[in-house]
Design a protein around this ligand. Structure first.
Ligand code: FAD
Length: 411
């Protein structure tokens, strides 16, 4: 067994990913978490001000709390307001993360109001330049800066001809401003699905543009929503779609087209990345070029907090020399799809795990010899998947707590 050398580790960001990383690494190492804001929780911070965040007042979680929590700190109803059920609003998630940080004694590790401006490699380790105070030298850096702050706005010819500047899902606050308007919503991911339903409450007509999933099931009951293909070009007074349909008199356009990865504090020589893909990472986590530089939370279409926790535990094992990095790099065919090879063949989906996430987690667990995934977690995933398929529009009303199902063993 290799001797574990205690390192000084900087974690960038005190959101759910940063907290998971701090919990896994602080038992062995000296950890400092740099957080640019004045509270922990990242997206899910307490007393959230809904401007400049992808969250909005009426948002409910898209996963039930039973799946959202870290494995060793269940997300129970005690964090929710009575009547919220299994899919609460942002306040409950903020309370949960705050309680987790207290339970794991992480708060004293966080330096609030410290933005990391620059991370530069030194002969041994890294030098961090901060928004205030002296530079800090550390042995390793774990980047947990989130990836829901930089909207990815696709380029479309003629976009300047729209009657009002396009919005991104990040700008959405409530449906009031769309009252009696004709609105185009573009994008079929989770926020596209939620916002189409929200906006249709007050809009005169919603044109839901996109492709890929069976979108009809989400709006069958809504008379004022029309399914459309992707926009191709915008001309004065009309939006021409890929199937050559023309949408006219569209008042507002909302892009639900995702976000870009961004690491403004890292030089391109240290890390090569495009808006949708971070290059050269072992298992989406550890830099191949700089094995003391790591990332927690890059994958999407996942169950985030449990994934952050397993990634962090894998990283702790890798730093301790307990992971065979050569094997983890992708020499095993079972690892390849989640590793340096592009899943689904395009940069755009490089970090998208979706249905492959369980195999990804199992690989990490095997490589780092971690505890297996709890059986209840796996059966909950199946149960929730089935509920969402059977009840695409009202899955949030179905309580897992009260469900008597042979698939749901007791915790
Ligand atoms: C609309 C929406 C709905 C979602 N719904 C769910 C859901 O229902 N359930 C679920 O589990 N997940 C959901 N998610 C996914 C969500 O991303 C994760 O739950 C989680 O919040 C991501 O945590 P994170 O720590 O990676 O990022 P964040 O929460 O964004 O935290 C990143 C932190 O890093 C800090 N930071 C950034 N740059 C710097 C810097 N240079 N220096 C210092 N600090 C820095 C930020 O201030 C922030 O505190 C949703 C996401 C969105 C956008």
């Amino acid at each position: 067994m290799p001797v574990v050398v205690t390192m000084k580790i900087a974690i960038i960001g005190a959101g759910a990913a940063g907290l998971a990383a701090a919990a896994a690494l602080s038992t062995t190492h000296e950890v400092i978490v740099f957080e640019q804001g004045s509270t922990l929780g990242g997206l899910w911070q307490e007393n959230i001000n809904f401007t400049d965040t992808p969250l909005y007042p009426s948002l409910k979680t898209n996963l039930p709390i039973q799946l959202m929590g870290f494995f060793d700190f269940p997300f129970t109803q005690e964090f929710t307001t009575p009547g919220e059920g299994d899919y609460p609003g942002p306040e409950a998630v903020a309370k949960y993360l705050s309680a987790y940080a207290n339970h794991k004694r992480l708060v004293s590790l966080i330096r609030f109001d410290h933005q990391v401006i620059k991370v530069a490699p030194e002969s041994t380790g890294w030098r961090l330049t901060l928004s205030k105070g002296k530079d800090v030298d550390v042995d390793a850096v774990v980047v947990c800066n989130g990836h829901y702050t930089q909207p990815d706005l696709p380029q479309i010819d003629g976009i300047e001809l729209l009657p009002s500047p396009p919005l991104h899902a990040k700008d959405y606050v409530d449906p009031v401003r769309f009252a009696d308007r004709r609105v185009m919503v573009w994008g079929s991911n989770a926020s596209g699905i939620d916002l189409v339903r929200e906006v249709s409450d007050s809009a005169k007509q919603v044109f839901w543009c996109g492709h890929g999933i069976d979108r009809g099931q989400y709006v069958d009951d809504l008379k004022n929503v029309e399914l459309c293909s992707d926009p191709q070009v915008i001309q004065t007074g009309k939006i021409i779609l890929t199937d050559k349909t023309e949408l006219v008199e569209v008042d507002d356009v909302i892009f639900c087209t995702g976000y870009r990865y961004d690491f403004p504090f890292l030089h391109k020589r240290v890390l090569s990345f495009s808006p949708r893909r971070v290059e050269g990472l072992v298992q989406h986590i550890l830099s191949d070029l700089h094995p003391s530089l790591a990332f927690i939370g890059l994958p999407y279409l996942v169950i985030p907090f449990p994934l952050f926790q397993i990634q962090s535990q894998w990283l702790a094992a890798a730093f301790a020399g307990r992971v065979d990095l050569q094997a983890a790099r992708g020499s095993s065919p079972a690892v390849k799809p989640y590793n340096l090879q592009t899943p689904q063949g395009s940069d755009r989906h490089f970090h998208r795990l979706g249905e492959t996430q369980i195999n990804y987690l199992k690989e990490l667990i095997k490589q780092a010899q971690l505890d297996p995934l709890p059986a209840r977690f796996l059966s909950l995933i199946q149960a929730v998947h089935r509920i969402k398929q059977d009840h695409p529009t009202d899955f949030r009303t179905i309580s897992l707590t009260q469900m008597a199902s042979p698939d749901l063993p007791h915790a």
